[in-house]
Design a protein around this ligand. Sequence first.
Ligand SMILES: Nc1nc2c(ncn2[C@@H]2O[C@H](COP(=O)(O)OP(=O)(O)OP(=O)(O)O)[C@@H](O)[C@H]2O)c(=O)[nH]1
Ligand SMILES: [Mg+2]
Length: 245
Amino acid sequence: MAFGEIRQMRPMSKVIVIPTYNERQNLPLVVEGIFALGIPDLRVMVVDDNSPDGTGVVAEKLAQKYPVSVMHREKKQGIGAAYVCAFKKILALPEKQECVIQMDADMSHDPALIPQMLASIKTCDLVLGSRYIAGGGIKNWDPLRRLVSRFGNVYARFVLWLPYRDLTGGYKCFRPEVLEAIDLDSLSSRGYNFQIETTFKAHQKGFRIIEIPIVFTERKFGVSKFNLPIILESFIKVFWLRLHG
Ligand SMILES: Nc1nc2c(ncn2[C@@H]2O[C@H](COP(=O)(O)OP(=O)(O)OP(=O)(O)O)[C@@H](O)[C@H]2O)c(=O)[nH]1
Ligand SMILES: [Mg+2]
């Protein structure tokens, strides 16, 4: 058997990208939760923006115990920029990946749903973890945060004319072909609007996108990076995407 054939027969690996900024307490919980599932050929890539609380050091310690790699970036540049950096690195790997999952570090995204994500991606190109379909939900968010999220989703859905219920969630699974096709350099969102923009571009390219229900739980440790500039970026960028996308 030729070397090329052996390589082809090896199971392809799955990568989970986790962006972090001040998640020292949360990161070990999420990484341990992921590897406790015992999924073969699964790796984690942490993208840390030089967190002042030392999350980068915690990530390196985890890398000694688990198949974790760490990208250290100089300064905080937004969740979208962190994902773009990691996705480019993954696409440049010599071996093709089976799929790329993105999830938050703060335990809002339950690692127990990863097997379902992996099963679902076999039938489509992009899986969206959705809080706003039957079976999905949110635990422990205050009414204002719920309202902002609801409004943001309805606004993006109507302005961009998309059929998905949850466009702002950050628990997603891509086939690498989607990441190649959406032209990562062309993405204009650096903050949370990144979630809307990637799904919009994938939809425009005609990829099959499905939603699976997730229950999002508010973080117990650390602080949210969600703020007014992020909301405003999204409000303006969604309109911009309609005009230029
Ligand atoms: N590398 C990097 N990660 C970030 C940045 N901003 C946020 N993150 C990470 O992105 C994930 C989501 O951010 P959160 O602050 O939890 O925001 P959220 O989940 O939308 O909002 P909450 O529910 O209020 O926590 C977390 O893992 C953060 O640590 C950033 O600028 N750089
Ligand atoms: Mg969060």
